[in-house]
Ligand binder design. Structure first.
Ligand code: G3P
Ligand code: MG
Length: 247
C-alpha cells in the first residue's frame, strides 16, 4: 500500500455536498466553511476546450439552460445560472473555470481531488489537458491534488501528461477490471461505490497496494463502519453531520 497518503478521511463531495450548488465556487466556499480540508469536484472541457467544472454531460439538471456542454463554448456556458436550481440564495452563481477553483483552493489551503469527467468521445484530450494544467498550477505544492476518473482512457492520458500526480481509479466495484486498470496506471488508490465495500473487500484492496476513497457516504453509522474496517477516506454530501467526530 502506498506509504505516503497525505489526504484527510473526509472529502466534501462536489465541493459543498448538499448544502450548495455542486461544482461551483460557492460550493467550495461552503466546504471550507464547514471545516473540510479536502474537496472533490468534476472537471471537463467546453466546446472551445476551456477546462470547466460540471458533473453531467448536459447542463439541464444543474442550470437554467439546456444542451450538451461539449457543444457549448465557455462564453455560452458563462450565461447560465448554476445556483438557482439549488436554492434562491445561490441564484446567479456562474459556472466556474477549473482555474478559478484551483486558485481558490490554493489560496485557502484546500486539498483537491480533481475528478476527470470527460464528455463522451473527449476522454483523451480531457485527461491530458486537466493533468497538464493541474500539474502546472500545483507545481511544488506540499500536498498534490489527487486525480481520479471512471474513464481509464482519460486517466491514462493524465498519467502520460503528468506522471508525477497521484491517481485514483473510480469504479462501481473493485473487480478484476478495476484491479487491472489500477495496476496499469500506477494508481495510489481505487475509489469504489461504498455499497460494494465489506471488510473483506477493503482488506483485499489494501493487500493489492491501494488506498480506498469510497463514494458517497452520507450515513454516520456506515461511515463509522467503513473507517473501522480501514477505509482511508469517504466522499460525503453531509458536511454538517459527519465531520466533527470523524475528521
Ligand atoms: O469522485 C467521487 C464521486 O464524485 C464519484 O461519483 O458521480 O458524484 O462524480 P460522481
Ligand atoms: Mg465526482
Amino acid at each position: 500500500m502506498s506509504k505516503k497518503w497525505p489526504y484527510p478521511r473526509l472529502i466534501a463531495h462536489r465541493g459543498g455536498g448538499r448544502f450548495a450548488p455542486e461544482n461551483t465556487l460557492a460550493a467550495m466556499r461552503c466546504g471550507l466553511d464547514y471545516g473540510f480540508d479536502m474537496v472533490e469536484f468534476d472537471a471537463k472541457l467546453s466546446k472551445d476546450n476551456v477546462l470547466i467544472l460540471l458533473h453531467d454531460d448536459d447542463v439541464k439538471r444543474t442550470s437554467n439552460g439546456q444542451g450538451l456542454a461539449a457543444e457549448m463554448t465557455y462564453a455560452e456556458l458563462l450565461e447560465l445560472d448554476m445556483g438557482q436550481w439549488h436554492s434562491a440564495y445561490y441564484a446567479g452563481e456562474p459556472l466556474p473555470k477549473l482555474e478559478s477553483i484551483v486558485r481558490f483552493a490554493i489560496e485557502n489551503n484546500i486539498i483537491c481531488n480533481v475528478e476527470i469527467k470527460p464528455c463522451p468521445g473527449r476522454e483523451k484530450i480531457t485527461g491530458k489537458l486537466v493533468a497538464e494544467a493541474v500539474a502546472r498550477w500545483f507545481k511544488g505544492a506540499e500536498i498534490p491534488p489527487l486525480l481520479s476518473s471512471f474513464s481509464a482512457e482519460a486517466l491514462e492520458a493524465a498519467y502520460k501528461a503528468a506522471p508525477e500526480l497521484p491517481r485514483a481509479f473510480l469504479c462501481d466495484e473493485y473487480d478484476a477490471t478495476a484491479k487491472k486498470v489500477a495496476k496499469k496506471l500506477a494508481c495510489v488508490a481505487v475509489n469504489p461505490d461504498q455499497k460494494t465495500l465489506t471488510e473483506k473487500v477493503i482488506k483485499a484492496i489494501h493487500k493489492d497496494g491501494y488506498r480506498i476513497c469510497a463514494w458517497t457516504v452520507n450515513d454516520y453509522r456506515r461511515a463509522k463502519e467503513l473507517f473501522a474496517w480501514g477505509c482511508d477516506a469517504i466522499f460525503t454530501d453531509e458536511l454538517e453531520r459527519l465531520p466533527a467526530s470523524m475528521a
